[in-house]
Design a protein around this ligand. Sequence first.
Ligand SMILES: [Zn+2]
Length: 282
Amino acid sequence: MVRSITFLEAGYTEQLEKFVNPLTGKWRKIKFPSTVAVIEHATAGVILFDTGYSPRFFESTKYFPEKVYALITPVKIAPEETAIEKIKKIGIKPEEIKYVILSHFHADHIAGAADFTKAEYIYSQRELNYFKSLSRVIQVKNGFIGGLLPLDLETRALPADEFPVLLPDLGLGWRGKDLFGDESVFVVPLPGHTLGQLGLYIRDVKGKDYLLVADAAWVTQSYEKNILPMRIAQEVFFQREEYRSTLSKIHELYCKHKQEGRLQIVTCHCDVAFNEMTRTHV
Ligand SMILES: [Zn+2]
């Protein structure tokens, strides 16, 4: 059983709104927060979904080719703004974090991962193997900075690449992996943005269900209206057709559940949605 879910911001960058939403977006910069979800489970302990940025990002991007990433994506994060520091502020000790789920291996999701020294990591091993097979230049082009990963990541890993459970509550074609055997937290595959991107389906938190979709949609409007980012912004995606199909699936889910209002879909980088959620949840 999940007792609570809290959303924190761990650093941010900026993005052109038109890139993200070519239909109604303007040529202006919008804030792109890196959202971290803190989930308290009655028996499994505290679980994080993604880890946001950390000053480790600046260390890891000092030199070429990683420096190119930092130049293209100016990151804002102070030492007191990391996920670990914000978690302490809401009264959770770092050692209480038992699991860290990495939705995918882009730098804005993994930079804080090494701060959680007692946790087990849940992620797609297929995706990690793919990134590791690339040269450093191609890794950076694909948003991966290996120096950010905890050195002992794979010795504390619980890979999630198989999804044996059907999820009829969500709809046809949805499958997941039941993380704690109590049907409260399921990892679901959301491929396309990266090879093995994972989402999280959380059932019944005070009468509400959540689907955390990470970067399968960048902002709320994307899945509400099924809007793809501008073509140039899709260059970073692993597989555009798969991304399109995953986004359509989330859009259908949104349409199916919007009247009922029980299911909350949460993206990682939507500043408007983040402000709304933190107003109502924290
Ligand atoms: Zn991201």
